[in-house]
Design a protein around this ligand. Structure first.
Ligand SMILES: *Cc1c(COP(=O)(O)O)cnc(C)c1O
Length: 500
């Protein structure tokens, strides 16, 4: 085993990893990257098919990002946001505010719920971005509605919002949460719009994304409305509704049918709940340029949410359905996948509740040593400049179409149950048999084994249970994309055969 791998195994404890399995074999040690390609210590090449756990946007070792980093590095790497402003963090805040505007740009009120996002609170990662939104929403509600009843939060089943205690409390993945039951506070959840396994979907399985052939009456939306009505009746309304817009990531790439987000957020808004959009995974163009590849479900009116072509390509998932959150949590792609940095955007309305005389101590009591880091902010600006270029928009749109086309080949494999694509994210759900939707037991590691087989074909990604994720960097070429999909198809057949 090479010496670096030995050091790793001697001392590094990996996240979300059964370390006994980890210690059984030599890990891949990644040394270099260029574009969508990663190189390991033995000189083997791999394609980064999950953008290094959903963080990378424009590829590794990008000349413009590298140049921006070097430019900033020649000035200063970090100064404190406690007491001091800095150039890139100020400029990035303005750029994020600009980029988060609704599309098409309707007149947004400056005050009240649904107003424009104008304030940016920096932190270090997705979990803290959510933690900040949670604390702000909690404290805002206490200040405006009084301390009783205690502010409560509503989320979606299967949701993942990060690993700090507050973010875990807002999440609803039982496997992760059981361990910390005694540490976390209770939050409520509503059913996820998981069309493929929805008990209300009366359609038999087809060889297509379940959102396109589902037969239902939007029971998932009715469920949300009922939950909200009940809370109101009990005089314990929700202070906030937390959601991953358009697609829930760690839940298993649960793609929402068009219109779901719009309907549930309108209901939550009418209830009086603050809308907390967790765009940690979906932000920065990940959910597509607006060319929806999805057709409406049977018996429904066609999707009317599409954007007119004169508008810029949406950067955020909320913009696809004209949802105006009170909080938008950003991290993963914020620096293009280079450095850990996060931002929580909010409105003047929320901000105002924290203003007062010094002696009132109404400040927001939260912050981190590296808040507003100059290197990270410089990268964020460079990444946004790339995203806003027409070349990037065209490349993303082309890649999205290519991906939709290539993924079609998976339907010929009987152990593929559902293929869900939203923009440049896809989840492929593996099943024992597509005709019955019979599931693999988690302990069978159906997804992990497919990812191992893909790695031996030079394609790296990570599964979520039985769902294999494809999330290519935006610079991925047609040829590289084709290789990612064919490695996935071959690996599924190798591991699971042609079905049982
Ligand atoms: C990854 C993720 C988080 C947590 O981000 P970290 O940077 O890993 O703390 C939160 N929400 C969503 C939707 C995520 O995908």
């Amino acid at each position: 085993m090479n010496p670096i791998a030995q050091l790793d195994q001697a001392h590094v404890w990996h996240p979300f990893t059964q370390m006994r399995d980890w210690l059984r074999r030599e890990p891949i040690v990644l040394l270099e990257g260029k574009g969508a390609v990663l190189l390991d210590i033995h000189g083997r090449e791999y394609l980064d098919a999950n953008s290094s756990i959903w963080t990378n946007l424009h590829g590794h070792n990008h000349p413009q990002l590298n140049a921006a980093l070097r430019r900033q590095l020649s000035k200063v790497a970090h100064t404190s946001a406690l007491g001091f402003a800095n150039e890139p963090a100020s400029q990035l805040a303005a750029a994020l505010v600009q980029g988060s505007k609704p599309i098409p740009e309707a007149r947004a009120a400056l005050e009240g719920p649904g107003a424009a996002l104008t304030k940016v609170f920096y932190s270090d990662n997705g979990s803290t971005a959510v933690e900040v939104a949670l604390k702000l929403a909690y404290e805002f509600t206490r200040r405006t509605h009084g301390a009783k009843p205690k502010p409560r939060f509503l989320g979606i089943k299967g949701a993942y919002h990060g690993d700090t205690v507050g973010a875990v409390s807002l999440g609803h993945i039982d496997l992760f949460h059981r361990a910390y039951a005694g540490l976390i506070f209770k939050s409520d959840s509503v059913m996820a719009p998981y069309c493929y396994r929805c008990p209300f979907n009366r359609a038999a399985p087809e060889r297509a994304d379940a959102r396109t052939y589902r037969r239902c009456n939007w029971e998932c939306v009715v469920g949300v409305e009922r939950q909200l009505a009940q809370a109101k009746k009990q005089k314990r309304p929700y202070a906030g509704f937390v959601f991953e817009p358009r697609i829930q990531g760690a839940a298993g790439m649960i793609a929402q049918p068009d219109g779901w987000l719009r309907q549930v957020t309108e209901a939550a808004r009418a209830h009086g709940a603050l809308l907390i959009a967790d765009e940690v995974m979906t932000g920065f163009g990940r959910t597509g340029t607006g060319t929806s590849t999805l057709t409406a479900g049977a018996g429904e009116k066609a999707n009317t949410v599409g954007k007119p072509s004169s508008d810029p390509a949406p950067l955020f998932a909320c913009q696809h359905e004209q949802v105006r959150p009170d909080f938008m949590c950003l991290a993963k792609g914020l620096t293009g996948g280079y450095l850990p940095m996060a931002a929580t955007l909010t409105t003047e309305h929320i901000f105002g509740a924290f203003l007062g005389d010094y002696s009132e101590f109404r400040s927001f009591f939260h912050g981190h040593s590296y808040t507003g880091n100059q290197l990270g902010a410089a990268l964020g600006l460079a990444s946004l400049a790339l995203l806003n270029s027409s070349a990037s928009g065209r490349a993303r749109s082309r890649l999205e179409t290519r991906m939709a086309k290539q993924l079609q080949q998976l339907w010929s494999i009987p152990s593929v149950g559902d293929v869900r694509q939203v923009g440049l994210v896809a989840g492929v759900e593996l099943v024992r048999d597509w005709k019955s939707r019979a599931q693999f037991d988690l302990a069978e590691q159906a997804g992990i084994r497919v990812c191992d087989a893909m790695a031996s074909r030079g394609v790296l990604t990570r599964a979520i249970g039985n769902v294999v994720v494809l999330m290519p960097p935006y610079c991925t070429s047609d040829y590289q994309l084709d290789r990612m999909v064919s490695a996935l198809a071959e690996s599924i057949v190798e591991v699971h055969g042609r079905g049982e």
